[in-house]
Design a protein around this ligand. Structure first.
Ligand code: ADP
Length: 649
């Protein structure tokens, strides 16, 4: 799976840019979209509210004017009628009471709307004509609107009136003309709530719909009973009779609340889908009408869609622009990093001469500077190191040369020493032997030179022993120096392991298995085995180990054995002697190291401290290692492994 963490810095930068850009764009876009949407919604609602108010004012004013005109016409018609009749009275065709009676009939036959009527008062407030006979002749001057009528006698006025049997007041309108000869204030009166029946909505229908809001919104008028009075396509329909219960619910809510606004879902006739609408509505209580204007949400959704398109386009353009810009910025950062990486790679391969170009003082410039000073130091260190190595190599060479010279000196010195020493030792042995066999037996027990002769014999023995020791030391030194100087001669041949073991056992000078003292045991071989080596050298090693074992063992046994170990044979010389302490175990292989154990036999049988060093070098010549296992006080085991002989000699 591709992980961003493993991708290149450039990719990370692009991803980060693109991510940040998209997030910012989306968040900003979202905020702008929401803000604009809110603004548009508020604007639309404001507009709707204003439109509704304007409609209401318009309807009110128009209705008022047309009612006024209507009632004025009625009132003036009555006045004409009264004048007409009065003229006939003057001409003598009618009596005045006849004329008044006719006028009364004519007036009462007129209806205004559903319950509106004409009545006449005289200037004292006495009812002269009224469709309720009981009121005729009654003084009405106690009523404030009557007093106003008496005062004004002509014109239009409105007032609140409560019918005797009703609970609430209702708004009434009255238009008055005054017929002076009879002192009649002819009043055409009607409840304003009934004006609707009088008003011909067609008169202002067109003007009404001109005040629509939005692209697809429209206004409508409902009366308090739920009849649609003005509507683009539904008219005179009661809301309960709409073809959809949903629409009825909207209308019912308007009729119930009378003022306010709400959102709802609407389906236009002929359309299948529902659309979200908002409606604002206001009551005209005196007419019993509710003016409402509705608008589709999509009206203000449309500009939003346009904004969305603009933003999408902007996003696309920005993305297109962002690609080269981010490539440029990315390259600005990653190119020096790439160069740094290349230079590091070259430096890692050992080329310390690489340097960065420092173009700027920014972080990358500083990094290039640090890289250069780092490389300067590295170059200096490497030069130091190289000269140090050269110096060391030189001194190593010198040391090797000196060591070789030393070994050669040692070899030739010990060689030169050995020749005279051999004859000295030979003569000493001879002298001692002769003295003991020829002089001593001829001396009688009371011979006066007896004590001197014995002392001489003793001294001769000491000289001979020391000479032996010196001879061994010189031999060992000679061996060691030869091996170190690479001048040892190796006469390798196929050797029978069995023969090697028995030769060593015989030469070790160990007491018999049955005799007293420390016994030597040779483990019999499980199978015949052969090695390829210099017989004398292997013999020398085994003899040395055996002699050490005897020297360091007070009682018990020394075991010599050889066993198969993989592709070779492991020789071991184990004893039950004093053992070797842990810190001594490695040092015993050092040149001239001799154990400090005062009680060991090594103090009696003089050693040279070279035996184990020589053994280790001989074994090492055959690619093996002489090792020791030991438990202090219990014994030690020396081991080395030689490979089986390959093929015939
Ligand atoms: P040396 O001539 O003194 O024997 P080596 O190099 O042969 O010199 O031995 C070094 C020392 O290692 C001896 O002096 C002795 O202390 C110790 N050593 C060698 N073999 C044994 C052994 N089998 N047990 C205990 N100590 C040993």
């Amino acid at each position: 799976m591709l992980r961003l963490g493993d991708s290149r810095i450039r990719t990370k930068l692009y991803v980060a840019y693109a991510g940040a850009f998209l997030v910012i764009f989306l968040v900003a876009g979202g905020i702008i979209h929401a803000q604009v949407r809110e603004l548009l919604r508020r604007n639309t609602e404001n507009e709707l509210a204003k439109t509704t108010e304007a409609l209401r004012t318009m309807v009110r004013a128009t209705v008022d004017v047309s009612i006024r005109n209507y009632m004025r016409a009625v009132s003036e018609k009555c006045l004409d009628e009264a004048r007409n009749l009065n003229r006939q009275v003057q001409r003598g065709r009618l009596t005045e009471s006849q004329a008044r009676e006719r006028a009364r009939e004519a007036f009462l036959s007129m209806t205004i709307g559903r319950t509106g009527r004409v009545y006449c008062l005289n200037s004292q407030g006495i009812m002269a004509v009224h469709h309720m006979r009981g009121l005729v002749g009654v003084d009405m001057a106690g009523l404030s609107f009557v007093r106003e009528q008496i005062r004004r006698k002509e014109g239009y006025m409105t007032y609140e009136w409560k019918e005797p049997l009703e609970t609430g007041q209702r708004s009434k309108a009255v238009y008055m003309t005054y017929f002076e000869p009879w002192d009649w204030i002819i009043s055409a009166s009607s409840y304003r709530s009934e004006f609707a029946q009088i008003v011909n909505v067609e008169d202002f229908r067109q003007r009404f719909f001109e005040l629509r809001s939005g692209r697809s919104g429209y206004p409508f008028v409902l009366d308090h009973d739920g009849y649609l009075l003005i509507h683009p396509y539904l008219r005179g329909v009661h809301f309960r009779d709409y073809d959809s219960p949903m629409m009825s619910a909207v209308a019912e809510r308007i009729v119930t609340e009378r003022n306010g606004h709400f959102d709802y879902m609407w389906r236009n006739p002929g359309e299948t889908g529902l659309k979200k609408k908002v409606v604002y509505f206001k009551d005209i209580p005196e007419l019993g009408w509710i003016v409402a204007s509705s608008s589709y949400y999509e009206d203000f959704q449309q500009p939003l869609d346009s904004i969305g398109y603009v933003m999408l386009t902007a996003l696309a353009v920005a993305v297109l622009l962002m690609i080269p810009v981010s490539f440029g910025i990315g390259a600005l950062i990653t190119r020096p990093i790439d160069r740094l990486q290349e230079n590091f790679a070259r430096a890692a391969e050992g080329d310390f001469s690489v340097r960065m170009e420092q173009h700027s003082r920014d972080e990358l410039g500083l990094m290039a500077g640090y890289f250069n000073s780092f490389m300067e130091r590295l170059t200096a260190y490497s030069a130091d190191l190289e000269s140090e190595i050269a110096r060391r190599r030189q001194s190593e060479k010198e040391l090797i040369a000196m060591d070789r010279a030393k070994s050669m000196f040692l070899a030739s010195a010990s060689h030169e020493l050995r020749t005279p020493l051999t004859s000295i030792i030979g003569f000493l042995h001879l002298m001692e032997k002769r003295f003991r066999t020829r002089f001593m037996p001829v001396l009688g027990p009371l011979d006066p030179v007896g004590p001197q002769a014995r002392k001489f014999e003793k001294n001769l023995n000491i000289v001979r022993v020391e000479a032996d020791r010196l001879g061994r030391l010189v031999n060992d030194l000679l061996d060691l120096s030869k091996i170190e100087a690479g001048r040892m001669e190796w006469r390798d041949k196929i050797l029978s392991v069995d023969r090697v073991l028995h030769r060593a056992a015989e030469a070790s000078g160990a007491p018999d298995e049955d005799g007293p003292g420390v016994k030597l045991m040779v483990d019999p071989l499980a199978e015949p085995m052969a090695i390829r080596a210099d017989e004398d050298k292997i013999h020398q090693v085994l003899i040395n180990l055996l002699s050490n074992a005897f020297k360091n063992t007070e009682a018990g046994s020394v075991t010599l054995s050889a066993v198969r170990a993989g592709e070779g044979v492991t020789f071991s010389v184990c004893d039950t002697g004093r053992g070797i302490s842990e810190d001594e175990r490695e040092r015993i292989f050092d040149i001239f190291y001799q154990g400090r154990d005062e009680n060991s036999r090594s103090t009696r049988v003089f050693g040279t401290g070279l035996g184990l060093s020589i053994c280790r070098r001989i074994v090492a010549h055959y690619g093996s290692r002489l090792v020791v296992d030991s438990v202090l006080g219990k014994g030690s085991c020396f081991r080395f492994t030689l490979p089986f002989a390959q093929g015939e000699d």
